[in-house]
Design a protein around this ligand. Structure first.
Ligand code: NAD
Ligand code: LMR
Length: 338
């Protein structure tokens, strides 16, 4: 199909040329795994984001089809497709933000850690290319197990001396999105007005909602706390089981990924007070990585907030979360070091 690259090269149209080079102001964003269940709606939503001037869609399959389709949307971002490993570096050069939803999803009965064997290698390869082509980009990691893939990314960057802990962020926004929804449901609130901090990591007991810190302030019964904690921690499994073998959350994840990516871009632009939960290199606990509220700015993570006062229930949850997280972090680090 005709595309801006062909018009630029074959017809030499000055105006096309200008736009195809991403000359308009705005950010350059790459999605790696753009033809997948998350990748496609994520690409569509990023094409609708006015902060994006150039959108690179990379995958090992079907990237040209998704690109042709999305490029017909009459929004301002210019879209380009990249297919296969040999085009990976071209997809990454000059990018401000790289979002990674590449990798296999769970089927019923699997844990996120069961994806490690396949997804660890995928994330490692992609991060090696990022380290080479756009080491200053902000990287949003969605591929599971996030608790291990973020340490993998960090180790890859460390190996070649470009690790910047401010720029590598594991996306835990879906946990917050779910927590806001479920709390709003039982309290009869508008979910847009609810803010639940979710800390720790992104798998089972490592997903720790801090219900004592919900805004607006809510008072829950112990039964409600047990119900909410269990539903938030197992929200992913709820979707995996409902999809019955056809994958895991894709649409709510694309929504959450865009909410987070948009926050990163607004922060890069210089907007003040952009605060969200993310899984990052951290000193909030004794673990080297932890999810908590962070303030985003022009350089990525500018400030990591402490957990704040926890009640006894949350303190017990924190101990369980840290125990599992420690193993997942070590597994990721060893994978790159071995
Ligand atoms: P999917 O199978 O539908 O799509 C994955 C895409 O990745 C495919 O298009 C595939 O071709 C591509 N891919 C595979 N290897 C690649 C490589 N080396 N380079 C580039 N692309 C490659 O899966 P999905 O439902 O989109 O889920 C993707 C990942 O996101 C899974 O690991 C899943 O567990 C994870 N996930 C994370 C969260 C979160 O909250 N962080 C939420 C949902 C899903
Ligand atoms: C989710 O939370 O929906 C994702 O991590 C996908 C999964 O495997 O549950």
């Amino acid at each position: 199909p005709p595309n801006l690259q062909m018009l630029e090269e074959d017809l030499g149209l000055e105006r096309v040329n200008c736009r195809a080079k991403g000359a308009s102001s705005g950010f350059k964003v790459a999605i790696l795994g753009a033809a997948g269940g998350i990748g496609q709606p994520l690409a569509m939503l990023m094409k609708m984001n006015p902060l994006v001037s150039l959108l690179h869609l990379y995958d090992v399959v079907n990237a040209p089809g998704v690109t042709a389709d999305i490029s017909h949307m009459d929004t301002s971002a210019v879209v380009r497709g990249f297919l296969g490993q040999q085009q990976l570096e071209d997809a990454l050069i000059g990018m401000d933000l790289v979002i990674i939803p590449a990798g296999v999803p769970r089927k019923p009965g699997m844990t996120r850690d069961d994806l490690f064997n396949i997804n660890a290698g995928i994330v490692k390869t992609l991060c090696e290319a990022i380290a080479k082509c756009c080491p200053k980009a902000i990287v949003n990691i969605i591929s599971n197990p996030v608790n291990s893939t973020v340490p993998i990314a960090a180790e890859v960057f460390k190996k070649v001396g470009v690790f910047d802990p401010k720029r590598v962020l594991g996306v835990t926004m879906l946990d917050v999105v779910r927590a806001n929804t479920f709390v709003a449901e039982i309290m009869g609130l508008d979910p847009r007005e609810v803010d639940v901090p979710v800390v720790g990591g992104h798998a089972g007991v490592t997903i720790l909602p801090l219900l004592s810190q919900v805004k607006p302030s809510c008072s829950f019964t112990q039964k409600e706390i047990d119900y909410l904690t269990d539903r938030i921690q197992n929200g992913g499994t709820e979707v995996v089981e409902a999809k019955a073998g056809a994958g895991s959350a894709t649409l709510s994840m694309a929504y959450a990924a865009v909410k987070f990516a948009d926050a990163c871009l607004r922060a890069l632009r210089g907007d003040p007070a952009v605060v969200h939960c993310a899984y990052v290199a951290s000193e909030v606990t004794e673990l080297p990585f932890f999810a908590s509220k962070v303030r985003l700015g022009r350089n990525g993570v500018e400030e990591i907030y402490p957990l704040g006062p926890l009640n006894e229930y949350e303190r017990a949850g924190l101990e369980k979360a840290k125990k599992e997280l420690a193993g997942s972090i070590q597994k990721g680090v060893s994978f790159v070091k071995k």
